[in-house]
Design a protein around this ligand. Structure first.
Ligand SMILES: [Zn+2]
Length: 419
């Protein structure tokens, strides 16, 4: 039977926008972006804001040993696993106001909307702020959610160090967020993450909602090309073992491989360092990063195999040594069909244009999906720009995403009637 009591329920769009702008001040930059590195003083400020706001509304605030924050609103059946609404409040060093933050603040908005409407869900609801999604101060990213599902041990996570040598454990203690709760002890029946798309598709197609059904696999490498340093004036071209020229060939090969598995395949070399770095010396070493992504397992595997073959070929033909160390990977994943179906239905019922999508980026939802039925909602961001101070989303799109979140969560948690 259709539920008439909640069909027209909507979040408070002005309050959501106001909260986005309020929290953007914690680490706000002159260019209108946000610099809120995980477990920094600015991160403490936004965490304190969330905790104060939650406590003022009477919600339980739990913190686990990796600093994940849980804001729980009780359901009619207290023993039932909660439906989680999770994302992150940390940002890139030159990040924006929306990446991650939208998902947490929309979760808070859902809870407050239900309070005002006097609606009690069957299952409890829990807004989660996952620690260190970005991975820019402490690598790897998605740390809090990876510890929650047990992919990374608590001990290993607490021992990660930033560039100054400070560990995650020390940083947590310093800002007062080394909680007592055991990560993973709090069980969830499902999780929904609302996030800006961080890509251009929704905007280009004039759509408001992305129902995210899958995420691209990712393979990260650290690489090194070792040739021979020699005099730039006296070493004939035929006798050189030039690490940079071999690297240049490798870089173009990586691009070719990604293009050959397009349009979904992507390959990026984001860092490269030439040594010794002298105008008059043939470069002896180049260290570099390389990553590939693809949503299809077969293509993803073939990209990696092809790269290994190219590395061997280039090393042999140019007389250099090339190492390619696989430092992190995530297989392509499918999100929960059931959770995605509730998101699609919520969008359809609100008359919002939507499409199914694959996430090209990693998210906490990707980690959580291995243990909890999970899916994501995307909303457009201007020009697809993210990890940038210019990151921008409209109040209307943020509100639309939060309303889809509200109704998907209501369907997953079940609604009781108070009267
Ligand atoms: Zn994010």
């Amino acid at each position: 039977m259709p539920d008439t009591s909640t069909a027209n329920l909507a979040i408070n769009a002005e309050r959501l926008w106001s909260n986005i702008m309020t929290t953007a001040a914690f680490g706000g930059t002159p260019k209108g972006g946000v610099r809120r590195l995980t477990l920094s003083e600015e991160d403490k400020q936004v965490r304190d804001w969330l905790a104060a706001r939650a406590q003022a509304s009477g919600y339980e605030v739990g913190v686990d040993q990796i600093g994940n924050m849980y804001v729980q609103r009780p359901g009619r059946e207290p023993g039932r696993a909660a439906v989680a609404i999770g994302s992150h409040l940390d940002t890139q060093p030159t990040g924006g106001k929306f990446d991650g933050i939208l998902g947490v603040l929309a979760g808070l908005e859902v809870l407050e909307t239900l309070d005002e409407a006097g609606i009690v869900t069957e299952a409890p609801l829990c807004v989660v702020n996952w620690t260190n999604e970005e991975g820019s101060r402490f690598a790897p990213g998605e740390l809090g959610s990876e510890v929650y599902v047990g992919h990374v041990t608590l001990e290993a996570a607490l021992a990660c160090r930033d560039a100054e040598g400070v560990t995650v454990g020390e940083a947590l203690a310093r800002i007062g967020y080394a909680g007592a709760e055991v990560p993973g002890a709090r069980r969830f029946a499902a999780m929904v993450e609302l996030h800006i798309e961080q890509g251009p598709l929704l905007e280009a197609e004039g759509l408001t909602i992305g129902v995210v059904t899958a995420a691209k696999g990712q393979q990260w490498y650290n690489g090194m090309v070792s040739g021979r340093e020699s005099h730039a004036g006296t070493t004939p071209m035929t006798l050189r073992r030039d690490a940079l020229m071999a690297f240049a060939e490798l870089a173009l090969a990586a691009e070719q491989i990604a293009r050959a598995h397009g349009p979904d395949g992507v390959g990026t070399i984001g860092m490269a360092s030439v040594s010794p770095g002298s105008r008059n010396t043939v470069p002896g070493e180049v260290s570099f990063s390389l990553e590939f992504r693809h949503p299809d397992r077969d293509h993803f595997g073939r990209m990696r195999t092809a790269m290994r073959a190219e590395v061997e070929r280039i090393a042999a033909t140019r007389g250099v040594a090339i190492t390619l160390d696989a430092i992190w990977s995530m297989e392509p994943l499918s999100f929960s069909r059931d959770v995605a179906a509730q998101i699609a239905q919520a969008a359809a019922e609100r008359g919002l244009p939507y499409r199914n999508m694959t996430s090209g980026a990693g998210h906490d939802a990707c980690a959580v999906a291995s243990a909890v039925p999970t899916a994501m909602i995307f909303v457009p961001c201007k020009d697809g720009v993210s990890h940038n101070e210019a990151e921008s989303a409209t109040p209307e799109d943020c509100a639309a995403g939060a309303n889809v979140l509200l109704h998907a969560v209501l369907a997953l948690a079940g609604v009781s009637h108070n009267d």
